[in-house]
Design a protein around this ligand. Structure first.
Ligand code: ASP
Length: 581
């Protein structure tokens, strides 16, 4: 037997027991007559004591152990004289009577501690060592707990877990496919699923009624901190449901997950249309931990001789409450910030509402105090506030102001950790027009249904009319992060064909790629809809973190490489037929 207890288990009440522990040597502290070892496993750390007086050879042996050696030690639990209050096992130590080295370890290339000295690449190469660190381990355990809670909730709601294949043909979600050559069908390829979208719809046709899967999806796109080429979704689909049923069910799931993992009851889930989200926050995933909504000023700001405003499609501002104290230098710096290529604004206009009620702006030359006071009124600004205004082409200006709003939120400390503000964004456009390719793309994916009132208008050939079609689609946003998205689907062959046509598919292409789905729709497809949550993202949002990588046991780096196994690689000989060559 390797152990009677784990390294996180023993307490004062165990004093006097003879125990056996196994684990990794975290530190060795040699005080001459005594040697202390911190022994670690995933449950915690327990202090081992060796004394020259009681057993000199054993103490000598302990002294020579290196970091990360794997040992097994047997001894007596006793109360510590100097307690460690930061550790659950901090009241006790083990007076070691015998010890065995189970395996030696090379000196690790970085310290296995909460704050490590290892850089990203090094830690990814030695991922097994990084995974031993408590913060990383905590994330991986959290993930495991979260998936268990997902299963509990969905099982309770009578969802069936079904696995769908990975070797398929393209399921479009707007990214590139990863392809896998087929040895048995030379010159032919499988695509890895960007999502199980078509399969889950087929399962609804097949009568499974409620499906879920915690599933890997693969998308070949440029990587960012919150993206990985393979990532995990909680993928769900339901038959005989309206949008309302789906929103309720998954609001329930989200609440359940927050309650069970964080012990937190979420506030209400407000709903906002896509149009309002853009109008008020310049983003389809607004962070609602703070307000600072947009106020349009175009009508007030134009016609006073300020060319930048006069030629703008949109003049729009936000009110940063209590920030009138911003110095000239700080405002210059903010102006530089919005002018960075990543944001791309031409400049920034400010109006400072002094505590004394005086209004001072960067455009005093063109606007009287009365003008500025009309802006302040509309923005709801009070003495002590700072109004920040951008102008230009509508869509771009909204995006820029959205970034500025978030930056001000950060600077003003309004993105409180531990504060969670969920939001449903509804009624997305069905189609997105792309100027470069002169065609429509599906904003969500081609299987999304238009809202019932818009179905007839799909027959139109008028581009503006088509641009205005609304989809029965929804996103769940928490703190400005999209954590889930889905839609009510088309379940009628003719309507699906019409949608493919709008998306520029010829009838042959549609038949070749999605004939199986169109065919299935002719055999009693029930009305259905669903949603998928980004599982990795959900993990990071619940933990108030940005990077999903920290919640993936074996993530890829920014170049899509697995640094540990060194993949992808050009040499496939090693794996032909599964036989080492
Ligand atoms: N398949 C969609 C996605 O991956 C989710 C859904 O519509 O259910 O975003």
């Amino acid at each position: 037997m390797y152990r009677t207890h784990t390294c996180g288990e023993l307490r004062l009440t165990d004093s006097g027991k003879t125990v056996r522990l196994s684990g990794w040597v975290q530190t060795v502290r040699d005080f001459g007559s005594m040697t202390f070892i911190d022994l670690r496993d995933r449950y915690g750390i327990t202090q081992l004591v060796f004394s020259m007086e009681t057993d000199a050879p054993l103490c000598e042996q302990a002294r020579k152990l290196g970091r990360e050696f794997v040992i097994q030690a047997e001894g007596l639990v006793r109360e510590r004289s100097a307690k460690n209050l930061n550790r659950e096992t901090g009241d006790i130590e083990i007076e070691v009577q015998s010890m065995q080295v189970l395996n030696a370890s090379k000196v690790p290339p970085f310290t296995i501690e909460d704050d490590t000295d290892g850089g990203d690449d090094l830690r990814m190469k030695y991922r097994y060592l990084d995974l031993r660190r408590t913060p990383v381990q905590r994330n991986i355990l959290f993930r495991s707990q979260l998936s268990l809670e997902v299963r509990k909730y969905l099982n309770e709601k009578r969802f069936v877990e079904v696995e769908t294949p990975f070797l398929i043909k393209s399921t479009p979600e707007g990214a590139r496919d990863f392809v896998v050559p087929s040895r048995m069908n030379p010159g032919q390829f499988y695509a890895l699923p960007q999502s199980p979208q078509t399969f889950k719809q087929i399962l609804m046709v097949a009568g499974y009624d409620r499906y879920f899967q915690i599933v890997k999806c693969f998308r070949d796109e440029d990587l960012r901190a919150d993206r990985q080429p393979e990532f995990t979704q909680i993928d769900c689909e339901m038959a005989f449901v309206t949008r309302e049923d789906i929103l309720q069910t998954f609001e329930g799931l989200t609440r359940h997950l927050f309650r069970e993992t964080l012990g937190l009851d979420l506030p209400e889930f407000p709903r906002m249309s896509y149009d309002d989200a853009l109008r008020l926050y310049g983003s389809d995933k607004p962070d609602l931990r703070f307000d600072m909504a947009f106020t349009p000023l175009t009508d007030l700001a134009q016609g006073k001789g300020f060319g930048v405003f006069d030629s703008a499609e949109l003049v729009v501002g936000i009110n940063a409450q209590g920030q009138a104290g911003y110095t000239r230098k700080q405002i210059d710096e903010l102006t530089e910030w919005v002018k960075r290529p990543q944001i791309g604004a031409k400049g920034l206009v400010y109006v400072r509402f002094g505590e004394d009620g005086a209004l001072k702006s960067s455009v005093d030359k063109f606007f009287s105090e009365t003008d500025l006071s009309a802006w302040a009124d509309r923005m709801g600004a009070k003495p002590g506030d700072l109004m920040l205004i951008l102008a230009g082409e509508e869509e771009k200006t909204r995006k820029q102001l959205s970034e500025l709003r978030l930056e001000m939120g950060r600077r003003m400390g309004l993105m409180t950790p531990g504060d969670f503000k969920p939001l449903w964004v509804l009624d997305f456009p069905l189609l997105e027009w792309d100027e470069d390719t002169q065609r429509f793309y599906a904003m969500h994916h081609p299987f999304t249904s238009p809202k019932p009132d818009d179905i007839e208008r799909m027959a139109s050939n008028d581009r503006t009319m088509l641009k205005n079609l609304r989809a029965d689609a929804y996103d769940l946003v928490i703190n400005g992060v999209e954590i889930g998205g889905g839609s009510i689907r088309i379940h009628n062959r003719a309507l699906q064909e019409k949608n493919f046509k709008l998306l520029g598919f010829t009838q042959e292409e549609a038949e070749r790629q999605f004939g199986f789905l169109l065919g299935a729709f002719e055999y009693g497809a029930p009305p259905h809809g669903g949603i998928a949550f980004g599982f990795d993202r959900l993990c990071s949002v619940l933990n108030g973190q940005n990077s999903i990588r920290d919640f993936i046991a074996f993530p890829k780096n920014n170049m899509g490489r697995d640094m540990m196994i060194d993949a992808p690689s050009g040499n496939r000989r090693g794996s032909i037929g599964g036989v080492a060559a």
